[in-house]
Design a protein around this ligand. Structure first.
Ligand SMILES: CCCCCCCCCCCCCC(=O)CC(=O)SCCNC(=O)CCNC(=O)[C@H](O)C(C)(C)COP(=O)(O)OP(=O)(O)OC[C@H]1O[C@@H](n2cnc3c(N)ncnc32)[C@H](O)[C@@H]1OP(=O)(O)O
Ligand SMILES: NC(=O)C1=CN([C@@H]2O[C@H](COP(=O)(O)OP(=O)(O)OC[C@H]3O[C@@H](n4cnc5c(N)ncnc54)[C@H](O)[C@@H]3O)[C@@H](O)[C@H]2O)C=CC1
Length: 306
């Protein structure tokens, strides 16, 4: 379905569903989610922790929108500019969290992968957001049930797990817990489809579908590298040319962010200490301690400095 048709169809079909969205966290994921929601016709407010990060998120969105516009409206500069300005017209960005959530249908949290930090955030907004507002987390690896447990709206809580880069990756995992109501689930599915995503449903099980399979694969790749069985470059070439993946595992870890990657693996190690797949990875800990977070910091397994 074309972009325009999707916006029109959404406007006709979800008049009592989700219209206003707040995205909390404007990093790799939050900026992408806010961008695609706005370009799909939703009114979006993006929340960051300070002005500098608000500006950084806006600059990243502008850059990504330029790439999408070029692709969608190839030789038509007027249409490209129109698409960009219409999208930006639906998008606000702020540091004022409580004001942002006072009038919204959906909150999508995309902040650091840490249960305590997520709990602090949801506890704070639960008393401020309207009763009807649905809360969702974009967590990669934490339990949605546990995140939701800090709130008094567990029936209006679910997981919306997007993939990086959000403007390109077609999949959305929609997670319903034992408490997620049918109405909430339906609105989350409608919202995902309204964003042009292919939605799959998964129970609140560790890693959902994709990361339950992806994390052991990435972890094994790093252990292969740590043992010196092959170089980082050769491991990546092998999986691209031998298995048809668009990125090799170490490139992908750099792309996801090594801090997020480490948070995921250490969270699962704490939860499942007996499982050898999730035991800490020395190389990863060392890179993060040195501030090497992957593409976003300019260095990880590879250097991205120009
Ligand atoms: C160290 C590990 C050990 C510990 C183990 C624990 C591991 C834990 C990790 C768990 C991960 C958690 C993450 C998660 O929850 C879920 C995820 O998101 S997993 C990641 C999923 N993503 C992928 O797998 C990405 C794979 N890569 C690709 O698909 C491509 O390489 C990519 C599209 C990124 C880039 O394509 P490429 O051809 O290489 O480059 P181009 O620059 O030419 O781009 C192609 C095409 O796409 C457009 N584009 C790219 N980025 C953007 C963007 N940000 N915005 C808009 N558009 C974009 C670009 O313009 C191109 O368009 P064309 O028209 O085709 O030119
Ligand atoms: N990186 C990836 O490929 C993917 C990550 N995720 C998940 O998405 C979430 C975010 O990940 P990334 O975007 O990669 O992280 P990131 O580190 O790029 O961005 C997180 C952003 O949240 C902001 N933030 C932190 N606390 C905040 C608060 N209280 N209020 C507002 N903003 C706050 C930070 O300033 C930062 O800019 C995590 O839960 C992660 O597991 C999910 C899918 C893919």
């Amino acid at each position: 379905m074309s972009h325009l048709m999707r916006v029109i169809t959404r406007k006709m079909s979800t008049s009592r569903g989700i219209e206003k969205v707040v995205v909390i966290g404007g990093g790799l994921m939050g900026a992408g989610i806010a961008q695609v929601a706005a370009s799909s016709g939703f009114r979006v407010t993006l929340v960051e922790i300070n002005e500098q990060l608000v500006e950084k998120a806006k600059a990243n969105i502008q850059k990504s929108l330029g790439r999408v516009a070029k692709k969608q409206f190839k030789d038509d500069e007027g249409a490209q500019n129109g698409f960009i300005s219409t999208t930006l017209g639906r998008l606000d960005a702020t540091c004022n969290l409580t004001d942002a959530v006072r009038d919204t249908d959906l909150v999508i949290e995309a902040i650091v992968e840490n249960m305590k930090v997520k709990h602090d955030l949801f506890a704070k907004i639960d008393s401020v957001a309207p009763q009807h507002t649905i809360f969702a987390s974009n967590t990669s690896s934490l339990s949605i049930t546990e995140i939701a447990s800090i709130t008094k709206r567990t029936d209006r809580f679910g997981g919306l797990h997007f993939f990086n880069p959000v403007p390109v990756m077609k999949l959305l995992e929609v997670i319903r817990t034992e408490s997620t109501s049918d109405d909430t689930y339906k609105k989350m599915m409608d919202f995902g489809q309204g964003m042009g995503k292919v939605c799959i449903t998964c129970k609140d099980t560790p890693g959902f579908v994709v990361n339950r399979l992806l994390v052991p694969y990435l972890a094994e790749a790093v252990r292969l590298y740590e043992r010196g069985d092959a170089s980082a470059k050769d491991i990546d070439i092998a999986m691209k040319l031998g298995a048809g993946y668009p990125m090799g595992p170490l490139e992908l870890a750099d792309y996801v962010g090594l801090d997020t990657t480490r948070n995921i693996i250490s969270g699962w190690h704490e939860k499942f200490p007996e499982n050898p797949l999730f035991r800490p990875i020395e190389t990863l800990d060392k890179l993060v301690q040195e501030g090497k977070m992957g593409v976003k910091s300019g260095e990880g397994f590879y250097s991205y400095k120009k």
